[in-house]
Ligand binder design. Sequence first.
Ligand code: SAM
Length: 456
Amino acid sequence: MINHNYIYNLLEETKNATKEDVRDILDRANNKEDLSHRDIAILLQSEDENDLKEIFKIARKIKNEIYGKRIVIFAPLYLSDYCANNCVYCGYKRENNFKRRKLTRQEIQEEVKLLEKMGHKRLAIEAGEDPINCDIEYILEAIEAIYETYNDNGKIRRVNVNIAATTVDNYRKLKDAGIGTYILFQETYHKPTYEKMHPNGPKANYDYHLTAFNRAIEGGIDDVGAGVLFGLYDYKFEVLALMLHNEYLEKKYGVGFHTISVPRLKKAEGMELSLFPHIVTDDEFKKIVAIIRLAVPFTGIILSTRETYEMRKEVIEYGVSQISAGSCTGVGGYKENEDRKSKSQFEVADNRKPFEVIKELIDSGHIPSYCTACYRMGRTGDRFMQLAKSGQIQNVCGPNALMTLMEYALDYGNKDFQDVINQMIDREIVNIEREDIKNLLQEKIDRIKQGERDLY
Ligand code: SAM
């Protein structure tokens, strides 16, 4: 699936691409035409300042045309830090000696209530890999506990899952438990590096990890989210490999990645960043996000709080469509946030509270969205992609985002904040072209103001 020699050759052949080559690719990218592997390699190789400016400009335009001003908000929830692996870069590695724990059902519900109090509706659950202490039954019970937790302001409406590669049977169980996206980062597609980074434990098997989405899709999960841990190997190789993996799934199953996450390596317990020779610079990181946006315009890009506020602000413009907010990367982290007692998996760089993130997004012209409608309407996998590619995403997701923002303002905001949101909605409604959608949105906003919730 990931032919290493093919990627090495592509990167070699495209080292000396001409200005005309780049110009031609950018023109096609500007029209959202498909880019070939060679095209993507040429963009990855480009260092010219003007070419890069142009890449950013087109990425921004594509982002605006497809996703508009919306940014989907979510939070991670760490369930268990037991781990049978020894991933060189990870704070949860087996050889790190600390008191490990997993949340009880009651603790999960306490964490969820705190997350709901912050306004969250969408979670990504995270756990280390440990077949004994954190088996699939534990994960399934956790998902059930999350969906059953109610607060004054409602409940979590979508649980995405980021757990280790598993079997078709287990993926089927996750599907039946009502998960949204199954997320798994390949960490690195470069096999020799993968083997160095995962010296032992179940995750040491490159092929088993790489074929996890095959099994997930065979188990009925049609929304899968990929990612690379940038900093383990050459980012140019990794971006091309991501594209090959995506195409492989599209060809085999008719649907590729729903999202791509772009985590960058951070300091963690028991590892030193200086020992990793492929650390991605800020400029390279921006280029990665923009090129992914050009290469797969309809695939969501997820950014976490590993990045600073400044970096998040910038790359949101170049293509990011989902961000986490107010995240804790330790088990029980939300409850223990005050005294920082929990052990984090890695350091976060954006420590702002969700409300600050939301306010800042609004101030910079974005529409934060807590929408989970597609998943609950069954618009997953290829059905979601059809919606995205038909350009209808604006007519559907835009109004849904505004409804969830109205709910958020009423449930979590003060009068001033509610005024800001009301003004924003008035401005946005005027811009909606279709009269029927305009009227429907207005009617639903009024119903939300009367106290109804969860309309879409
Ligand atoms: N245990 C599961 C697995 O092996 O896929 C779930 C993954 S873990 C909870 C989530 C992700 O955190 C990992 O896939 C890895 O990419 C990321 N991660 C681990 N250590 C990191 C570090 N030092 N800096 C940034 N991200 C890290």
